[in-house]
Design a protein around this ligand. Sequence first.
Ligand code: BEZ
Length: 210
Amino acid sequence: MTLRLGDKAPDFTQESTEGQINFGQWKGDSWAVLFSHPADFTPVCTTELGMVAKLKPEFDKRNVKVIGLSIDPLESHVRWVGDIAETQGTALNFPLLADADRKVALLYDMLHPAAEATSTVRSVFIIDPKGVVRLILTYPAATGRNFDEILRVIDSLQLTDSQKVATPVNWKHGEEVVILPSVPNEEADKLFPQGYRQIKPYLRMTKAKE
Ligand code: BEZ
């Protein structure tokens, strides 16, 4: 069955570079980013995994655990990890699932045979502390992802979960946000004592609380 936003993230147990992982236990009540890459020993994937390793402190700051996946076997992952450290200047510091039996790839619909006959596409799932899927992205094999964008979405999700706001186009942490249209001005006056700019009745800008 296709996963959609708001669905419960399916649980699984699978081999990884950090031993056998039960996803639910490993994630606990953190946020998680689960992402697949087409195959080991490929150039774009090598750069992506190096970048995610470099960004680990940023994920940690946001209480997010990251976990990668391809359908290559564990011994292949273990050999490739050395290349990532050598070429990207960062050792892998998060687990890589070895989904050789395709259990997780099938659960999360990461195999798109018409696009990629023998490998997973570049899927990203952001899963919240309650285990709910909050973002799904699918990228083609030849296009490396922008993991700063994943961090930006996490910032938006964490902010909009705690305040009655949404984040506008190209928003980044610290910039102005919009007040939800469902909040009447009388309530907005109380919720946003710092004030807001009303450009249109449905377009009210304010500074988010830190
Ligand atoms: C890569 O990761 O470099 C890659 C994988 C599959 C197709 C094209 C590029």
